[in-house]
Write a protein that binds this ligand. Sequence first.
Ligand SMILES: O=P(O)(O)OC[C@H]1O[C@](O)(COP(=O)(O)O)[C@@H](O)[C@@H]1O
Ligand SMILES: [Mg+2]
Ligand SMILES: [Mg+2]
Length: 351
Amino acid sequence: MTKPYGSSLDDHLDAEVARDASLADTAATIRALAAAAIDVSETVGRGSLAGDLAAQGEHNSDGDVQKALDVIAHKRFMQALEEAPVAQVASEEAEDVVALKPDAPLAVAIDPLDGSSNIGVGMVVGTIFGIRPVTRDQGSDDPNASFLTPGTTQTAAGFVVYGPATTFVVTLGNGTRIFTLDRAAGVFRLTHDAMKIVPSANEYAINASNVRHWDGPVKSFIEDCLRGTEGPRDRDFNMRWTAALVADAQRVLIRGGVFLYPGDNRKGYAQGRLRLLYETAPIAFLIEQAGGAATDGQNRILERVAAKIHERSPLVFGSTEEVECVAKYYDGRQPSAGRSPLFGQRGLMRS
Ligand SMILES: O=P(O)(O)OC[C@H]1O[C@](O)(COP(=O)(O)O)[C@@H](O)[C@@H]1O
Ligand SMILES: [Mg+2]
Ligand SMILES: [Mg+2]
């Protein structure tokens, strides 16, 4: 249900804390992140007037070249988290976990700037975060321990889209909501309440330039979508790929469909490109809270446990029936993909 010009993000966080007092620290952390997001939004909105935001610097934890805006966003969000009840941060832009307040209760995983390849061409970018309790195992001195837990331990997750509008999408485990920045007031206002992803939709998102690197199930699933009414899916599909996970996730939340970033045969891509802690687990929490599903192709993302903080994971999410359909291609229950002789012999992508 859409409620234009609704209550503010602050009002919503107050209501969540009234519902469950144990969320007070989580809510305080979200307030700090939202304030930083407004600042980053202003920088993004100035585009080239803010300088060369795509200027290349060092390599980050994953081997990607950091751009100026990656570093600006990382610094601004770290500054915000220093003021919040946060003990540890795992950021895409920091090799190791950053220790903040030693006795604070929360650990935050963050992708300060998602969609980095869009910086410099004026396209949409964002921020993704997941909040968990700190793990203080007696006898364990592993600084990563708080992050090496299933995504089900997240107390909240969210993302920001810096697009034509700046939106703050958040869940504290009680539904997923979109707040849109009222720039004049400097306030995020509720625009999409308690979202419900439609169970089925005729739209998919995948970087199709990787087709030759995909494994059989992904190739077959996409090929059958491409066959449209002439294939076993028996309906036509549309395709979208924004190169920013946040923008694709917002579209799926609003009008459904399915997003795939599978593992593939490229060197280093066996687990795809997206990182479990600060990309796939937060998105999975938001999608499930909106009635959708999120898997690595077959298994629920929220049950995956990272072995290291920058671990990657394949990601399939969106409308439940579409995500389930992808799983069928993995376990051999797909809708007769090879049924038609024409299909088998002249498959668009079969080798
Ligand atoms: O360039 P590719 O392979 O299409 O990957 C695009 C994906 O990579 C990402 O940009 C990864 O995020 P970062 O920009 O934070 O590294 C996603 O937002 C997006 O879905
Ligand atoms: Mg990212
Ligand atoms: Mg990033």
